[in-house]
Ligand binder design. Structure first.
Ligand code: NAP
Length: 253
């Protein structure tokens, strides 16, 4: 029966940046679908841990600053030692820096590129090696953005990094489909999280954004739940290299 294909019981999902926002929403969704969660966070993730354990699932917390891509091998080794295996990777952790392109600093370029695309690639590489060693395939879901499709304004490194995420999603899908590994991405639209606090507090920008969203509202972490469970599940076994917009219709305008 088709609904069984969405059941993730017995699966282990590694989710980066799951202490808040979209990462927390997706970790909870995967746990509701049956997964135990390996949470990789810069700081603590007690709230997520409590909520996942309340669902009767295990939560394995790991602390790492993902600006440093050299940590990825160690993260995967330690995660596998603790949880026994990995079946699903969600590359969610990401940052944004806002400044006019004319004044944009090299540090704001490097920090954003490092976490949003470099670490995303090298963590995927480490996890793909683990998937191949396990011999059961696996799912990688990258978190892209509207700025994977559009240019944006005042966010040059974010646009570069998220455009890279969509391209890398296709490249990794092309190379690893032969191992039963599905690599896809979700491009959230304008979602109410810490990441967009500045925009939502700017009355004029907030109004302009809302006016353009056909659904007429900001998205929420809960809006990620269906798409992440689908892409992490056998129901998406023949979906490869695709970036799914979850944007209330923003790109359709
Ligand atoms: P958020 O609330 O700011 O959460 C970002 C997450 O990434 C947090 O868990 C954060 O941890 C973690 N993180 C940041 N820097 C890190 C580092 N150096 N090492 C480890 N973890 C780090 O933002 P969000 O909106 O949920 O964003 C999640 C993802 O969705 C990001 O990739 C973002 O670009 C993408 N996205 C968001 C929107 C939106 O409208 N909100 C739209 C499109 C795409 P800390 O709490 O420790 O900082």
């Amino acid at each position: 029966m088709i609904l069984n294909a969405f059941n993730l019981e017995g699966k282990i999902a590694l989710v980066t940046g799951c202490n808040t926002g979209l990462g927390q929403g997706m970790a909870l969704a995967l746990a509701e679908a049956g997964c135990d969660i390996i949470g990789v966070n810069r700081a603590g993730s007690e709230e997520t841990q409590t909520r996942i354990q309340a669902l009767g699932r295990r939560f394995f917390p790991f602390q790492a600053d993902l600006t440093d891509a050299t940590r990825t091998a160690q993260i995967v080794t330690q995660a596998v030692a603790a949880a026994g295996k990995i079946d699903i990777l969600v590359n969610n952790a990401g940052i944004i820096r806002r400044e006019d392109a004319l004044n944009f600093s090299e540090k704001d370029w490097d920090d954003v590129m490092n976490i949003n695309s470099k670490t995303l690639f090298f963590l995927s590489q480490q996890v793909a090696r683990q998937f191949i060693a396990q011999g059961q395939g696996g799912k990688i879901i990258n978190i892209a953005s509207m700025l994977s499709f559009q240019g944006g304004i005042r966010v040059p490194s974010y646009t570069a990094s998220k455009s890279a995420v969509m391209g890398l999603t296709r490249l990794m899908a092309n190379e690893w489909a032969q191992y039963g590994i599905n690599v896809n991405a979700i491009a959230p639209g304008y979602m109410a999280t810490n990441n967009t606090g500045q925009l939502r507090n700017d009355e004029a920008r907030n109004e302009a954004i809302l006016e353009r969203i056909p659904a007429g509202r900001w998205g929420t972490p809960d809006d990620m739940k269906g798409p992440i469970v689908f892409l992490a599940s056998p129901a998406a076994d023949y979906v490869n290299g695709y970036t799914l917009a979850v944007d209330g219709g923003w790109l359709a305008r």
